[in-house]
Design a protein around this ligand. Sequence first.
Ligand code: HEM
Length: 126
Amino acid sequence: MTEQSRFDRIGGADAVRAVVDRFYDLMEHEPGYAALRAMHQADLFPMRVSLAEFLGGWLGGPRLWFDARPCACMMSIHRDMGITRETAAQWVHAMSRAMAECRVDPALGAEMQQAFLHMAGGMMRE
Ligand code: HEM
């Protein structure tokens, strides 16, 4: 039996896009994510595309984001953003809520949450 990729387990591109859309909707409308929202451009549409393409490839699906940026490193992209403990926690919290509300399989959601916590920890600069 061939092992399913995490991209298949989450439900493919539509499911990834739903999580990403919910993530940015929460960021946009919930006061608890105001500091995180303030770091982003007024128009979140490009981020909705970018994060969905990144996550799709990262989960084992089409590598759109990676193919468009052959040498890009996610950690380097965030290095000079001045990410604090507060904004890192807001990112991880909003993503965790988005995954739960979109009914991502709990075991897969927990795996992804661990990886996001790890990445966010490395992106913090204070
Ligand atoms: C630790 C907390 C994080 C904060 C505060 C943060 C913040 C930001 C900000 C402010 C931008 C630029 C947005 C804009 O131009 O409007 C950005 C870009 C981006 N972030 Fe994060 N981020 C965090 C963690 C992450 C993580 C863990 C991932 C991936 C799992 C991620 C994926 C992305 C992507 C894909 C982009 C777009 C880069 C591009 O396509 O050029 N971020 N982030």
